[in-house]
Design a binder for this molecule. Structure first.
Ligand code: ATP
Ligand code: MG
Length: 283
């Protein structure tokens, strides 16, 4: 049995649970429980505060965990990272009050900066050769300038709307983060094997997220031209339609590429184009 630690409630929780479910791993959740066991995979899930997850994994209380890179690196535990997971993307940024005449990082020399990420901030200031006074606070960082605690803040940003609603302006990007899978370095062979199975499933889910299945109809004389436009997993499947002289082409395309080729497909004579999601993809 492998023990996975995820955030109990917060910005990582929902997507962490979704990823595990998409891997075909079933379990019953209850807001009151602190752990659950999967009914169809040798996995136990522990629900914890996100800050505690790297420490528990390092100590072996949990075997693996899902946490933000910002927390992992702040706690000096980056050696536990196994793989980036592509969700909970955010950045750690420096921000100043909207009316502040900030021009560059040297303007922060000697200033007071409030943050919950003192180590990441210190590393950034050191790299830029700036000395400032870091005030570590555990929450509500964005109100620090308005209550006179600091002239600048360094906090997590995704859309930037929290900064704007607090009259702040983002001026420097200190660190880019996303959710990451972490693992204890000393897993026994049995646990390592379960982790490998889990990673195999995670990869299949991740690959499928970017890929779309595309179906389209084309006159037979255009098949060669259209096939060129479809990069596909291999080459497209071609099936004859009931209507004489027409075929149906099926292929897999990357979502980003799809928008690039759609006009070209239409110009080449493709009709009835369908793009459908893929649930799992094993190559
Ligand atoms: P806990 O109670 O577990 O300590 P928390 O308040 O410290 O929770 P959350 O605000 O839930 O943490 O954020 C957890 C993680 O989600 C952050 O460390 C960061 O990696 C990521 N995150 C935070 N804010 C955002 C956001 N706006 N968009 C996307 N990801 C975010
Ligand atoms: Mg936390």
């Amino acid at each position: 049995m492998l023990r996975l630690a995820i955030q109990k409630s917060g910005r990582l929780s929902e997507d962490s649970l979704k990823l595990i479910r998409e891997c075909g791993i079933s379990f019953i959740t209850s807001s009151l429980k602190l752990k659950t066991e999967s009914t169809n995979f040798p996995l136990e899930i522990l629900y914890l505060r996100d800050d505690d997850i790297p420490g528990y994994v390092a100590d072996g209380v949990a075997d693996i965990g899902i946490v933000g890179e910002n927390v992992l690196v702040e706690e000096g535990m980056q050696h536990l990272a196994v793989e980036q997971l592509g969700f909970s993307k955010c950045r750690l940024s420096l921000a100043v009050p909207k009316g502040d005449p900030y021009e560059d990082i040297s303007d922060l020399q000697g200033k007071n900066i409030a943050t919950s990420y003192p180590k990441l901030l210190q590393a950034y200031l050191d790299e830029k050769g700036v000395q400032a006074n870091i005030h570590t606070i555990s929450g509500s960082v964005e109100i620090a300038p308005s209550i006179g605690l600091a002239e600048a803040i360094c906090d997590i940003v995704s859309s930037g709307s929290t900064l704007i609603s607090n009259g702040l302006r983002e001026v420097e990007r200190v660190f880019k983060s996303q959710a990451v899978l972490i693992a204890n370095g000393g897993l026994n062979a049995e646990k390592q094997e379960i982790l490998n199975k889990l990673l195999f499933r995670i990869h299949a889910v991740q690959r499928a997220q970017k890929a779309k299945y595309i179906l389209l109809n084309a006159p037979n004389e255009k098949i060669a031209e259209i096939s060129q436009l479809l990069p596909g997993a291999k080459s497209p499947s071609i099936l004859p339609l009931a209507e004489e002289g027409w075929s149906s082409l099926h292929s897999v395309v990357n979502e980003d590429d799809f928008w690039e080729i759609i006009e070209k497909l239409k110009e080449a004579g493709a009709q009835g184009i369908l793009v459908v999601p893929i649930e799992k993809m094993i190559i």
